[in-house]
Write a protein that binds this ligand. Structure first.
Ligand code: CLF
Ligand code: SF4
Length: 521
């Protein structure tokens, strides 16, 4: 665990006075103008500046979930202010975070809105590329509306450049749409796993709505109607909506194509189909009854089949309700309540903006390099497609050692270019000399078994040989270069070798999505 980055004393005088004043105002404020409620949501498109209206681009350009490209550069944080929930999902264990937006198996520290506001300022001062505050649990934000909206109010006043984001199960969403709009919450995720109550009855044993518990098909019908109504109300107001769906093989996998059509027709901007993560040790209904999650190829096939309909998010990390950092990392351990309360915080908007201007220059350089590489493929047509795994710690570069990677990003290379199609979480290979071969065999090779190559900043001779034996080319010649440019260059060489007969191209096997609980590195 890293030590606190901000010096350990109380909040700096000017910032503290302002925050204390706001905290006092909120304490005196009688509620948020909403009745009690419930809810849950989440999102990432690969669409770029040229594909979107200026208004939408402005909203997504530095949101790491709504823009795949942005997620290499910008960070989000969640504050766990919403402990209660009003429905039961069969993939959730209430001891842990909401699995609609978080991996099961991780307990969060619950925060008051005041603690949450201090935490946001502390993180924003430490991580200038943190641009989005999401409330995603650990229960449902709209089942805890007072705490949720008090937190948004505090943040909108103390850190107005931070985008506000909400993730809900949607049950109470229609009751809160006006409040969401009034707080300038521009991004809302709704978890929609079905539009058919018969399917829903297999996912939701009950809901609690208007002081009454509903079960089975009736519960699923109410939930579905409320979710779709809430989605329509939000999109009518121009609020960007992402829909999260958990893919549960044998229950809703085929049905999610219908869900995709239903949410697209109601104006959803993005659809995020996530794999069910289910293991007996999670203590969930699905975990205990042996319900499996999808394989990597099953997930990709469903995402591909829905892609013609609307933007698909493929870079979701199913992050914790108290996650902090880039999507592939978790710095929450640096920001415990104890640390945050002791930190000296100075919210410096100018230095945040200066930092982000440098990030934008890097993004432009990366896009230009990709375009130039793509032009070398002009006029090429081939059915050959390969997957490439990439070790990266951000900025869109191949800048992680093989032995230090806890996940690999997956790109599909074809004559159309390089496309991000997912990520795979793995055990660390470098474990101080113990268990390394085990990690390689048991998680890394299984996780990237469908890839022709793995790009790394550096790799040792032993793992390189083992990967080769598994048919995976370990490549370090693009160390610290841009990912997409390198994937295109590699593919061009690969295609030449296939055409020249040096490589026999064939389908690789499937790969595994890790089912274990997430543990911060
Ligand atoms: Fe958080 Fe969700 Fe907002 Fe993102 S997460 S509330 S939209 S800021 Fe993002 Fe995390 Fe996936 Fe959610 S990667 S779980 S989609
Ligand atoms: Fe759990 Fe979230 Fe479902 Fe509520 S909405 S039961 S917290 S997964």
């Amino acid at each position: 665990m890293a030590s606190p980055i901000i010096s350990l004393s109380s909040i700096a005088a000017p910032g503290r006075a302002k925050l204390d004043e706001l905290l006092q105002q909120v304490a005196e404020h009688k509620g948020c103008g909403t009745s009690s409620g419930s809810g849950k949501a989440s999102c990432g498109t690969g669409a770029g500046q040229g594909d979107l209206s200026p208004e939408v681009w402005e909203k997504v350009k530095n949101h790491p979930c709504y823009s795949e490209e942005a997620h290499h550069h910008y960070a989000r944080m969640h504050v766990a202010v919403a402990p209660a929930c009003n429905i039961q999902c069969n993939y959730c264990n209430r001891k842990y975070d909401c699995a609609n937006e978080s991996r099961p198996g991780v307990v969060s520290e619950k925060l008051t809105p005041e603690q949450a506001a201090k935490k946001v300022l502390a993180v924003a001062s430490t991580i200038p590329q943190m641009t989005v505050l999401g409330i995603a649990g650990p229960g449902d934000p709209l089942a805890n509306p007072e705490k949720t909206f008090q937190t948004f109010e505090l943040i909108s006043k103390t850190a107005p450049d931070i985008k506000l984001c909400l993730s809900t199960n949607g049950l109470m969403l229609p009751d809160h749409v006006d409040t969401i709009e009034s707080f300038n919450v521009d991004h809302v995720t709704i978890t929609i796993n079905m539009v058919d109550p018969d399917v829903g009855a297999q996912i939701y044993p009950w809901i609690f709505y208007k002081n009454k518990r509903y079960k089975g098909r009736e519960a699923a019908q109410i939930l579905s109607e409320r979710q779709l109504q809430g989605l329509e109300m939000l999109t009518e107001r121009g609020i960007l909506c992402k829909v999260n769906s958990v893919m549960i093989p044998g229950i809703n996998d085929e049905h999610l194509v219908e869900v995709n059509r239903a949410v697209k027709s109601r104006g959803a901007f993005l659809h995020n189909i996530m794999p069910l993560i289910s293991a007996p040790e999670h203590g969930t209904v699905f975990g205990l009854n042996g319900q499996r999650g999808p394989s990597a190829q099953e997930l990709k096939a469903l995402q591909d089949s829905c892609e013609g309909e609307m933007n698909m998010m493929r870079h979701c990390r199913q992050c914790r309700a108290d996650a902090v950092g880039l999507l592939g990392e978790d710095r929450s351990a640096e920001f415990t309540t104890e640390n945050v309360m002791a930190m000296e915080v100075e919210y410096d908007l100018e230095s945040r903006q200066a930092y982000q201007a440098v990030v934008e220059q890097e993004r432009q350089a990366k896009a230009a390099a990709k375009q130039a590489e793509l032009e070398t493929m002009a006029g090429e047509h081939s059915d050959v497609k390969i997957l490439v795994a990439v070790a990266t710690k951000g900025s869109g570069r191949i800048n992680e050692h093989f032995g230090h990677a806890t996940e690999f990003q997956i790109y599909e290379a074809s004559t159309a270019g390089a496309k991000f199609v997912g990520h795979r979480r793995v055990d660390l290979y470098c474990q101080g000399g113990y268990g390394e071969e085990e990690a390689l065999e048991s998680t890394i090779i299984r996780a990237i078994n469908d890839c022709a190559a793995v790009f790394v900043a550096k790799i040792g001779g032993c793992p390189k040989e083992s990967l080769k034996a598994a048919g995976i080319d370990a490549v370090d010649r693009y160390a610290f270069e841009y990912i997409e440019q390198s994937v295109i260059a590699y593919y061009r060489d690969y295609l030449e070798q296939v055409r020249g007969g040096a490589i026999v191209h064939g389908a690789r096997g499937d790969a595994e999505i890790r089912q274990g609980a997430f543990v911060a590195a």
